[in-house]
Design a protein around this ligand. Structure first.
Ligand SMILES: [Zn+2]
Length: 313
């Protein structure tokens, strides 16, 4: 009788991941945090904005975790919808793991908040809440391909610019917590690329997509929102829509359309596409909350303008 070989991989720890819906603005499935339990306590990936901290604390409690128990917070990047509540956990003693470019903005968020306030004005508190500084001793800058090990779970950083220069996708075994670099996809809707100013770079983004493909993961955990199992197809679709959006904006810029008139046109273009794919008004609202059209207009216009001036230099 042939000898039965059982392959046991002693290094692989079964991963216990809980997706916590932050019910951003009362909407389901727009922003999430991920809770991972390890033998050395809970790890949180993403905190969401401070405005949804109550939902997050409720979600933690339902999983038997008190806020004070969270000693390790990993951020994919420092945009407010991902990192806005990190300071809250730091005040209760957590270390915050972030891209080296993000450290100074979390230590002193005044610039981050100033530019957000210029955009959101009196809606600032409602949308994002507050952001306070994090003690530098609690901020851990993580280099590309660096692995942090917590309670037997190895968490590896993949620097993945394109959406933001301070973006990290965190890999654990064959799972990737992809922040925004693998796009936004809600329920049965299509994947779309969130393109806020100021860092959008289509070439870098495509390189990051290739990098994620090469990482050989079998699941993507999207912050907006949920688990993707057909990884290659999802990433191929993302790349197509990224090009489609980028060239839509370029085309309008060449026609001389300004940002103000372009925004409702782009919003209509995106909503029509979603409606075509059978999405309801409610679902289109979820997409708009996770990824506002005006933001992508501003981000892609800035990208093309920067590229043009680089070409002329
Ligand atoms: Zn973002």
């Amino acid at each position: 009788m042939a000898k039965l070989l059982i392959s046991l991989n002693p290094g692989a720890v079964m991963l216990d991941v809980n997706i916590l819906d932050l019910h951003f603005l009362g909407l389901e499935k727009t922003i999430s945090s991920f809770l991972i339990k390890t033998s050395d306590g809970p790890v949180l990936i993403e905190t969401g904005p401070h405005s949804s901290i109550q939902s997050l604390e409720k979600g933690l409690k339902e999983n038997g975790v008190e806020t004070e128990d969270v000693k390790h917070v990993f951020l994919t990047h420092i945009h407010l919808d991902h990192a806005g509540a990190a300071w809250y956990f730091a005040q209760k003693g957590a270390s915050v793991y972030v891209h080296p470019f993000g450290v100074k903005h979390l230590a002193d968020p005044s610039k981050l908040m100033e530019s957000a306030r210029r955009i959101y004005q009196d809606k600032m508190d409602y949308l994002w809440g507050q952001m306070h500084s994090i003690n530098e001793s609690q901020l851990v800058a993580v280099n590309d391909e660096q692995t942090i090990e917590i309670g037997g779970v190895a968490i590896k950083a993949l620097h993945t610019p394109g959406h933001a220069i301070h973006h990290i996708a965190w890999q654990i075994n064959d799972i990737l917590f992809s922040g925004d670099v693998a796009g936004v996809k809600i329920e049965n809707g299509p994947v779309v690329p969130p393109c806020p100013p100021p860092d959008i770079n289509v070439e870098n983004w495509k390189d990051s997509i290739e990098r994620i493909k090469a990482a050989g993961v079998s699941q993507l955990y999207l912050t907006h929102f949920g688990v993707i199992k057909d990884v290659d197809k999802h990433l191929d679709d993302l790349e197509l829509v990224l090009d489609e959006w980028a060239f839509w904006i370029k085309n309008q810029m060449e026609k001389g359309t300004d940002a103000e008139s372009m925004t409702p046109m782009f919003q209509g273009f995106v909503a029509d596409g979603l409606r075509h794919q059978g999405l309801t008004d409610r679902q289109i609202e979820q997409y708009e909350a996770a990824n506002p059209a005006w933001m992508s207009v501003a981000g892609l216009m800035r990208y093309w303008t920067k590229r043009k001036s680089a070409e002329q230099a």
